[in-house]
Design a protein around this ligand. Structure first.
Ligand code: FES
Length: 212
């Protein structure tokens, strides 16, 4: 999508050139496939997910969007793949040049469009390549949490993490932990709407009036 501000496709699709597609994901049957040459792309997981957010087994399978800084979390994801570490296939990685590009409005749109949870993963504080992008991202995440709470959406659906490029195991751990958290919370605003809960109307009001 040419007008998207990030270096990757919008939430809902994996970066075509990420080399992270399906890397290290569990449940895929492709454990051990390297990130760059796996060719498994994760698309098979996404395409197999019914529109109501459940797996074919009937269990809720959350859709999680991870905004990953290219200098740390994205490299850590690459390392996790190289180390053949497993993390959930429902975590969709969006490459950003710095978490300072994390945008509250886009995050809200992603939630409205079907994401059940969102997190940003940036450099360790003090190590951001753009000085304070990760600090600004954390402030935006906190602002977003308050806004979500105000419209009746659980603020735990968004989170900020910091890690270094060498923390492949930590990346996999974060992906597992956050996915488990969202599984426990159940379907997000748009998923809840599909199940008859009208919280999505508040979300629409939120992103129309929300700030960055
Ligand atoms: Fe990684 Fe800013 S460069 S968070």
């Amino acid at each position: 999508m040419s007008d998207h501000p990030y270096n990757s496709p919008p939430p809902g699709s994996r970066p075509k050139d990420s080399g992270l597609k399906g890397a290290g994901h569990d449940g895929s049957g492709h454990e051990g496939a390297g990130p760059a040459d796996s060719g498994h792309a994760g698309a098979g997981h996404e395409g197999a997910r019914p529109a109501d957010g459940t797996s074919h087994a009937g269990a809720f399978e959350p859709r999680v969007i991870a905004f990953c800084c290219q200098y740390c979390a994205y490299s850590a994801a690459d390392m996790a793949g190289s180390m053949r570490l497993q993390y959930p296939p429902n975590v969709e990685i969006v490459l950003v040049p710095c978490t300072g590009r994390f945008d509250v409005i886009l995050a809200l749109k992603a939630l409205e469009s079907g994401a059940d949870g969102i997190y940003a993963a940036g450099c360790i504080e003090g190590s951001c390549h753009f000085l304070d992008g990760n600090v600004r991202a954390r402030r935006r995440i906190m602002s977003l949490q308050k806004e979500l709470e105000g419209i009746g959406v659980d603020p735990r659906r968004v989170e900020m993490y910091n890690l270094s490029a060498s923390q492949g195991p930590r990346f996999a751990e974060i992906a597992r932990e956050f996915s488990q958290r969202i599984t426990g919370l159940g379907p997000g605003p748009s998923g809840a709407a599909r199940h008859g809960d009208d919280r999505s109307s508040g979300l629409r009001c939120g992103w129309r009036s929300g700030g960055g």
